[in-house]
Design a protein around this ligand. Structure first.
Ligand code: SF4
Length: 726
């Protein structure tokens, strides 16, 4: 984006007092240090807000400033540790690029400060006009859900009669989640502590980090668990595995079909589990027997004997063996065959009979939280109009989850005139979805786009109004339940005072806007009242959580059951058949195939970045710069053919764009794949730290929607790479 989003001089004039106070405080480090040495330390429980693992953390505060953070031992995701992003993320509060004032678009790429009251009034008037002129089906809300935002914004959307609520999953795990919903009814997780053999497809605990999962992987290895990692790239997790199996990008479904063939042909499956808990075994078996390892070897580039060995390793260790459920990689939002790839992972876990067994797949227990008494606090009725993203609608996206929707489709719907107003919270689809130009152009077609964030994301820069939330260390949130072997409950507490007086916690923003819309009756309560009601069935209070942070609850494992239409694992899925999809997974090739001199562009996380959101944290970006983490990986065999040497500047081109970046030539990537990290390439110039560093895989990929679960197919693109200057 070439132009500035607003006049810096105008903004500084308007917000001068606030900024002067804040920056004076930030940079008076020596004064602070002297005081800090003598100061008492307070320790406040919080939830890390730097990625969606939501680790429990303790924030230590001296003299009103954050001193350090540690992981809560009892929290299932942190287990006493935080990753680098968690340690750096607590400093987001002090970032000089924060949005410190409500802002209004005055023209193309031009924003001016506006008072909260005027912002509420203008947004309410514009929203009311959209509702009157076009109806509530044209209004959407997209979020990277947080405990408080989920609660307040669902009420708000229902209060205006609008059903289209999104999470971020259509660019993440929606294929996994849709496959689970229709095959087993719910998400199960791998029992790493007891597994004898575990297969990872693309999922890398050491790159898409949660501290406890990475520790569990290391422990499993110590215990002698066989850990097999199938991935086009030697990920950071491979050092903890026994075997890295490089695979051609987008072909994991072929591997799984052939593995099922081996398990069935060699009687390495559990007939009792199949008999008691599954439907459609005969159709499934008939289909699988046509997919031999020799057939799959030609597609996956994995030798047939290796495929047989992997299947046997799992089959012989059943039921204490499993395929770990990742969230992206081959079974997430990346390939056209992602939903069926995930169905196959589930079907193989079912063949192993591992559901509910030690070392297999276990359904986590959820704590049951309470609600406000609806007699005292009226609940808005559920909307009656259809969604504007087609989710749940026959002929459009009938099987996609209504709890997730298709947020990246909204700009296209805006271009078609089917979406007219949107709210986006703590989510950056304009940068984290393919085709950023289409995303921004579409958002700008809306009559109203309100973005709530703490920094000038690419999505914020496309908004009509930008409302600044206070950062996660400056606010308290509603409690949230944690599902697991033992359920738990936790709450983020406020660690420091608000640094910028014109930022607000989300519930205050929604309540203020609801007031202007005449919807006070649905918000006539405090956050404390909601939190108290949520904790009541657990016989806990908010004070308990303010003291302890996370509390682990008792929970007894339930009898094994599957919440599908048949009540069983659907090896043959009737809902798929009814909607014209393959009821038993069959081979579906990826759309993108590498040629002799081209590559499928794959991407993935690095342990120090959460998409592009963290690239503006100076400490993290410095690590990336020090270690050249922005480079594109290619295999030496192809590099040699193309005359490219390690460290050289190359031009990466797809039919949609060309960009330059340095290259890492490494045996750690399959020759058909070029790997780009997903965390760089910020386009917003007001993210001054991250702007201009690296390139982003989404620039090379077209905007698409997969048919079954509605994901973005983010790795279905072929690129060419040439040395710059040639
Ligand atoms: S994994 Fe790291 S960034 Fe994510 S919540 Fe935990 S500490 Fe924070």
């Amino acid at each position: 984006m070439a132009a500035k989003p607003f006049s810096r001089r105008t903004f500084l004039k308007a917000a001068g007092v606030t900024l002067a106070a804040a920056t004076g405080d930030i940079f008076a480090f020596n004064d602070w240090l002297a005081k800090a040495k003598a100061a008492e330390v307070s320790k406040i429980p919080s939830i890390c807000g730097t990625c969606s693992a939501w680790c429990g953390m303790w924030i230590y505060v001296k003299n009103g400033r954050i001193w350090k953070a540690t992981g809560q031992k009892q929290h299932p995701a942190s287990k006493g540790k935080l990753c680098a992003r968690g340690h750096a993320g607590i400093m987001w509060a002090y970032n000089k690029d924060r949005i410190t004032h409500p802002m209004k678009r005055m023209g193309d790429n031009w924003f001016e400060p506006i008072s909260w009251d005027d912002a509420y009034s203008e947004i309410a008037a514009k929203l009311q006009k959209v509702l009157t002129d076009y109806g509530p089906q044209t209004v959407f809300y997209s979020q990277n859900a947080k405990p408080t935002s989920r609660y307040y914004m669902q009420r708000f959307m229902h209060a205006i009669g609008a059903p289209t609520i999104h999470s971020h999953h259509s660019i993440c795990s929606t294929a996994r989640d849709v496959a689970n919903k229709w095959t087993t009814g719910a998400m199960a997780t791998a029992d790493m502590a007891n597994a004898k053999c575990i297969l990872f497809l693309g999922r890398s605990y050491a790159d898409g980090i949660s501290p406890s999962a990475t520790a569990n992987l290391a422990d499993a290895r110590e215990r002698g668990t066989k850990v097999i990692i199938v991935d086009p790239r030697y990920s950071s997790s491979c050092i903890l595995g026994d075997q890295w199996v490089p695979i051609r990008p987008g072909t994991d479904l072929a591997l799984l079909l052939a593995m099922a063939h081996v398990l069935l042909e060699e009687n390495l499956y559990d007939p009792d589990f199949i008999e008691q808990y599954t439907v459609g075994f005969d159709e499934f078996k008939k289909t699988m027997l046509s997919y031999t390892p020799e057939w799959a070897a030609g597609i996956t580039d994995i030798p047939a004997e290796t495929i047989r060995t992997i299947a046997r390793d799992l089959g012989k260790n059943r039921p204490a063996s499993c395929i770990e459920q990742g969230y992206k990689a081959p079974n997430g939002a990346n390939y056209v065959n992602g939903t069926q790839t995930f169905r196959m992972m589930i079907c193989i876990n079912a063949l192993l009979g591992n559901y509910g067994k030690n070392g297999g797949m276990k359904f986590p227990l959820n704590p049951k939280l309470g609600e406000l008494d609806p007699k005292q606090y009226p609940v808005p009725p559920k909307p009656k109009v259809p969604r504007c993203d087609g989710v749940g609608i026959k002929g459009e996206y009938p099987l996609c989850q209504t709890s997730q929707g298709i947020p990246h489709l909204m700009p296209k719907k805006a271009m078609e005139g089917k979406a007219k107003a949107g709210f986006i919270y703590s989510f950056n689809p304009a940068r984290n979805s393919p085709d950023p130009k289409l995303m921004v152009d579409g958002y700008k077609k809306l009559e109203l786009l309100v973005v709530c964030d703490i920094q000038w994301s690419e999505t914020a820069m496309a908004a009509s109004y930008v409302l600044p939330e206070c950062s996660f260390v400056e606010r308290e949130d509603l409690p949230t339940g944690i599902a697991g072997g033992k359920p738990a409950v936790t709450m983020r507490c406020q660690a420091i005072d608000r640094i910028h007086s014109q930022t607000k916690p989300f519930e205050e923003i929604v309540t203020g806007l609801a007031g202007k819309m005449g919807l006070q009756k649905y918000f006539d309560f405090s956050r404390e009242e909601v939190a108290t009601a949520m904790l009541k069935p657990l016989k806990l209070t908010t004070e308990d959580l303010r003291q302890k942070g996370t509390i682990v609850l008792d929970g007894k494992a339930k009898e094994l059951s599957f919440a599908t239409e048949s009540g069983k694992v659907e090896l043959y899925c009737k809902a798929f058949a009814d909607n014209g999809y393959d009821a038993v997974p069959v081979w579906q090739p990826p759309l993108a195939n590498a040629g002799k001199n081209s590559f499928v562009l794959i991407h993935g996380k690095q342990g120090i970045m959460s998409h592009t959101a963290t690239a503006n944290i100076p400490g993290l970006l410095q690590i990336a710069k020090n270690y050249n983490l922005e480079r594109i990986w290619i295999n030496p065999a192809k590099a040699k053919r193309l005359g490219i040497k390690d460290g050289e500047l190359v031009e990466v081109s797809s039919p949609y764009t060309s960009k330059q970046v340095r290259v890492k030539v490494t045996e750690r990537v399959h020759p058909d794949a070029a790997f780009l990290p997903a965390g760089y390439g910020n386009l917003s110039p007001w993210l001054k730290t991250g702007y201009g560093f690296g390139i982003n895989p989404n620039d090379f990929c077209p905007h698409r929607v997969e048919a079954i679960s509605g994901h973005a197919m983010m790795m279905e693109v072929v690129v060419t790479i040439r040395k710059v200057g040639e």
